[in-house]
Design a protein around this ligand. Structure first.
Ligand SMILES: Nc1ncnc2c1ncn2[C@@H]1O[C@H](COP(=O)(O)OP(=O)(O)O)[C@@H](O)[C@H]1O
Ligand SMILES: [Mg+2]
Length: 285
């Protein structure tokens, strides 16, 4: 099976003035095409940072990241933007839909960057919305939707480009129990059609479809294990939604802003990939 994600000794250090945080300290793992992988670990352990690296939303301090066999270190920001748009779909805890656009427009948006004509964009987006059972809400704006509906729109937006990989960072964290279960079921369904899913959860187990769990602790892979297949999917879904409703961190916000806005900016002429909080440091801290 082809590897779609490869991380080799990846580190990430954030600098805040004189202080630094070693958010990732030598993370190595790979994910095969079609896998359903869960990344778990306590708050602050580096899960979102790891996702940002996989999603090419930020560059590592050191180490190598290959997406679909391509070494991302050798790509400029425009090339990374194209890679993201074509290969990766993102889902965040706080949905990050554009409030001024209706449901259909939100889902059509990623297709615009691929130069697909408008009538086709609409057709493809309608199909994606049908698969998340939201055909009856296409003209609503995000503020007129429930949390679960917003997340389903976000999932439709993530899958509309038929990406190889979907990255979901605590997608059920803001949802009630049964809504969270329904959202997880959608991920299982998408995975069954061959899409690789990497899902970050706060303290969740993984089930039938998520047969592998990578545990991150203090920026390192503490365990990378197969999950017993006997574990029922429903149990997992219950655990997922029981997860503490972790507050979105400033870092999460920053990243979300990047996917929605930076791609547009890059497409429009090359904005910087990362925000201003980062300062390159030298040596260990
Ligand atoms: N943009 C950033 N600037 C500075 N520190 C950050 C930034 N993003 C994350 N961190 C720090 O890196 C560590 C890992 O954060 P994060 O990856 O968000 O953890 P998790 O998603 O597991 O809760 C935390 O100590 C956090 O405060
Ligand atoms: Mg996080």
């Amino acid at each position: 099976m082809a590897k779609v994600i490869e991380l080799d000794d990846v580190t990430k250090t954030y600098w805040m003035g004189e202080n630094c945080v070693n958010a990732l300290q030598g993370v190595t793992f790979s994910v095969d095409e079609g896998e359903f992988v869960s990344i778990m670990g306590p708050s602050g352990s580096g899960k979102s940072t790891c996702m940002n690296m996989i999603g090419c939303l930020d560059r590592p301090t050191s180490g190598k990241i290959l997406i679909s066999g391509k070494n991302t270190a050798q790509m400029n920001e425009k090339e990374l933007s194209v890679l993201r748009n074509k290969t990766i779909g993102f889902v965040f805890q706080q949905y990050h839909l554009l409030p001024t656009m209706n449901v259909l427009e939100n889902v059509m948006l990623p297709l615009r960057y691929q130069g697909i004509p408008r009538h086709l964009r609409k057709e493809i987006a309608l199909e994606a919305l049908e698969s998340v059972e939201l055909s009856n809400r296409i003209l609503h704006h995000p503020s007129e939707l429930s949390g679960g509906q917003k997340q389903r729109v976000a999932i439709a937006r993530a899958m509309v480009t038929k990406p190889k990989i979907i990255l979901a960072d605590e997608p059920t964290g803001a949802l009630d129990s049964s809504t969270g279960k329904a959202v997880l079921e959608l991920f299982y369904k998408i995975n069954e059609s061959g899409t690789t899913i990497v899902i970050v959860t706060h303290d969740v187990g993984i089930g039938n479809s998520a047969r592998r769990c990578i545990r991150i602790l203090d920026g390192k892979v503490a365990a990378d294990e197969a999950v017993a297949e006997t574990k029922a999917r429903t149990t997992v879904a219950d655990e997922a939604v029981a997860t503490t409703k972790a507050r979105t961190t400033a870092a999460d916000e920053a990243v979300a802003a990047k996917t929605a806005v930076a791609d547009e900016a890059v497409a429009a002429g090359g904005a910087r990939l990362t925000g201003g909080r980062r300062k390159k440091g030298e040596g260990a801290c």
